[in-house]
Design a binder for this molecule. Sequence first.
Ligand SMILES: [Zn+2]
Length: 247
Amino acid sequence: MLTFYFGVMGSGKSAFALMTWHEKHRPTASHHPNRAVLATTMDRSVDKVTSRTGMAAQALRITPGEVTPEMFGGADTVVIDEAQFLTPDDVDGLATLAAAGTDVVCFGLRTDFTSRMFAGSRRLLELADHVGHLPIEPRCARCERPALINARRVNGVVTTEGDTVVIGDVTGGSPSDPDQLGFDDTSAGGQPGTGLGAAGRVSVEYDPMCFGCWSNEVGARRFIDLRQSPESRHESGEPGSGQHGHR
Ligand SMILES: [Zn+2]
């Protein structure tokens, strides 16, 4: 069985991954000792899954694009955190593993900071036998309605620009705890030193936001970007092209 649980940052993704792994790792009366493997795609200095709740466990580090059935050593259960970073081919491999009898449980973000679906999450939604929304529903940082977008703030300004993966902190995390940086729900980020993170002095933070508040903050500039994009110019130059909602 292939299962995918998704949510926004703060929905307890890593905590549920840890609890799932812990439960599956427990020997059962009717079964041989369950062999469960906990894995993560996050490129961390330490190979572990850490939740903001304080839970942590050693984990197998997966390099996106390099998933093989053998890497899980014949485990009964494979639990994967940060599954949004898997490649579609990785997910195909996991689906094959699941079809052969392994219980594969993936946890990840549905969309990135531009509100678009991660490729790995899309493939998981396509192939999973069971799909579920994580039960913790973070509220929007602005209006407290349910959050949908992992908004990225660079030096305090919500942006839709930059690499998909940029490490950052979640507003409200304890700044005194270095483990909060780049771990668990900061996972719209990930690769230290890439993109804006390389500048060192640029503050990158993530806020869960509802679509209304997020689009209000980025809407004006996005509209300008759309009007200036080559595609947009192409469309406006061809009256018969079909999409003229802005006229
Ligand atoms: Zn809101």
